[in-house]
Write a protein that binds this ligand. Structure first.
Ligand SMILES: NC(=O)c1ccc[n+]([C@@H]2O[C@H](COP(=O)([O-])OP(=O)(O)OC[C@H]3O[C@@H](n4cnc5c(N)ncnc54)[C@H](OP(=O)(O)O)[C@@H]3O)[C@@H](O)[C@H]2O)c1
Length: 278
């Protein structure tokens, strides 16, 4: 399958390089700015070209433009001669409907990975897992293409895409926000922001390390698991009012995990106490 890329940004360039190094056939690049396309093409060792030529030469077209540009690009592409071709976008939130047209095979293929740089991210892509959603017909072929690079792919249904995206945001952006909150509490103790971040990082990293090796229940530590209501009461006396719902929701989830691990009886009182907070 000959693959073309529209959108020479972080994802387009990284995937193109990773695919080419993995033995897939890349036709070339088109991007809004000619210079982006030619820099990408030179980096990967392919050609840059106009969009019509790229679509014409490709069997599979990746549309790796910003989410809010996908429909604009698609409005143009769908007027071309595209019958029988495969089109994919890489948005985590949009479905394949964003690039639907009769006679083509449309997919959203989302790499669950942070692409922070055009020219180096490809080196780490071996550990990326992809989700695939779209036309049933060519799905096995596309799955096999990604799996041939050594990556895992799982399929999801279109109507699950918002829940899928919520999952991704919960563990990436929202965790970032949670960590920033922890840092700000430590700043409240008079600790410099950079020192606070450095001091909290081992806790964060070890936690992640633990859940990569063990179950959530076996990674559990802290006052909730110990059933220390007194400590939780102290937290709730000093926590900013705006953060109480967050503390309550996360703690009740921890109570459920602790109950699975150690039995329900130990946590009855703590569970009741947390539910009363608002
Ligand atoms: N970054 C991530 O971590 C990540 C992870 C997974 C999925 N994604 C998804 O991957 C897609 C691309 O994200 P990205 O991070 O690679 O964005 P990006 O770095 O901003 O790159 C987007 C590229 O699209 C090009 N572009 C924009 N509008 C265009 C148009 N109308 N025609 C042709 N090219 C156009 C821009 O090209 P010029 O340089 O030529 O202006 C830009 O380089 C998005 O759907 C995003 O949701 C991103």
């Amino acid at each position: 399958m000959k693959i073309g890329f529209i959108g020479a940004g972080k994802v387009g360039v990284s995937l193109g390089k990773y695919f080419k190094d993995g033995g897939l056939k890349i036709v070339g690049y088109y991007s809004r700015n000619k210079s982006s396309a030619s820099i990408a093409a030179e980096f990967i060792g392919v050609d840059s070209m106009e969009i019509e030529e790229l679509v014409n030469l490709s069997d599979v077209v990746f549309i790796t433009v910003n989410d809010d540009q996908i429909s604009k690009v698609w409005e143009f592409i769908k007027k071309l001669n595209i019958e029988g071709k495969v089109f994919l976008h890489t948005s985590g939130s949009l479905t394949s409907d964003a690039i639907y047209a009769p006679g083509v095979y449309s997919y959203s293929l989302h790499p669950m990975f942070p692409f922070s740089d055009k020219f180096t991210t490809y080196k780490s892509l071996g550990s990326a897992v992809f989700s695939l959603e779209g036309s049933r017909e060519r799905v096995d072929e596309l799955k096999a293409m990604i799996e041939s690079l050594g990556n895992k792919v799982f399929q999801i249904e279109k109507d699950k895409k918002p829940l899928y995206h919520l999952s991704n945001v919960m563990v990436s952006n929202l965790v970032l926000s949670l960590i920033e909150k922890g840092v700000s509490y430590l700043e409240g103790c008079g600790v410099d922001r950079d020192v606070a971040k450095e001091a909290l990082l081992p806790l964060i990293k070890l936690n992640i390390d633990n859940i990569s090796k063990k179950s959530f229940e076996d990674s559990l530590t802290g006052p909730i698991e110990r059933g220390d209501i007194g400590t939780v009461e102290k937290h709730l006396k000093i926590i900013p009012d705006a953060d109480i719902p967050l503390y309550k929701a996360l703690s009740l989830n921890l109570v459920e995990m602790a109950e699975r691990k150690n039995g329900k009886e130990r946590y009855y009182e703590l569970d009741e106490y947390l539910r009363r907070q608002q």
